[in-house]
Design a protein around this ligand. Structure first.
Ligand code: ZN
Length: 150
C-alpha cells in the first residue's frame, strides 16, 4: 500500500492528455492499487492517473458500492442529463454545479485485462464522466455552471 501525492490545479500535468495502456504489467497493477489507497485516504469517490502524476488512461472509483478500476475507459453510450454539485481532489476548496449525463455506459479493461462494460446512473454516471475528463486534461472547473460555497 502506498499513498501517492495528489496533484493540484495549476500543475501542468493535469492539463495533458493521457496515453492508452497497451500492456497491463506489474507497474500498472501497483499504480491501480496505489490510486485506490490514495483515493480512500483522501475520502474521494474517484481518482484518475494524471491526478497522481501519471499520464496513463486509468481511473478508479468507489461511490459506496465497492472499488472499480477501469483501464482505457471509453464512453459508448450516454443518456439524459443531470445538474448536481461536484468537487475534485485536485481542486480543493471549490465546488460547483456541472451538467453531466444521467446515464453512461463505459467500456474498458479491468486490472486483469478482461473487457468490461460499466453502466452508471446518477452519481456513478457523474463520477465516471468526471474521471474520464481528467484523462483528456479537463477539470470540472472548465464545465462549471455555477460555483457554490463549500
Ligand atoms: Zn477530479
Amino acid at each position: 500500500m502506498a499513498i501517492r501525492h495528489i496533484r493540484k490545479d495549476g500543475d501542468p500535468i493535469l492539463r495533458k492528455k493521457s496515453r492508452k495502456i497497451k500492456n497491463i504489467d506489474e507497474r500498472i497493477k501497483e499504480l491501480a492499487e496505489d490510486m485506490l489507497d490514495t483515493m480512500y485516504q483522501a475520502e474521494g469517490v474517484g481518482l484518475a492517473a494524471p491526478q497522481v502524476g501519471v499520464l496513463k488512461r486509468i481511473i478508479v472509483l468507489d461511490v459506496g458500492e465497492g472499488p472499480i478500476t477501469i483501464i482505457n475507459p471509453e464512453p459508448v453510450y450516454t443518456e439524459g442529463k443531470q445538474e448536481e454539485i461536484e468537487g475534485c481532489l485536485s481542486v480543493p476548496g471549490k465546488a460547483g454545479i456541472v451538467v453531466r449525463p444521467e446515464l453512461i455506459k463505459v467500456k474498458g479493461l479491468d486490472i486483469e485485462g478482461k473487457e468490461i462494460l460499466i453502466k452508471g446512473e446518477g452519481f456513478l454516471a457523474r463520477a465516471l464522466s468526471h474521471e474520464m475528463d481528467h484523462l483528456d486534461g479537463i477539470l470540472f472547473t472548465d464545465k462549471v455552471v455555477k460555483y457554490v460555497e463549500v
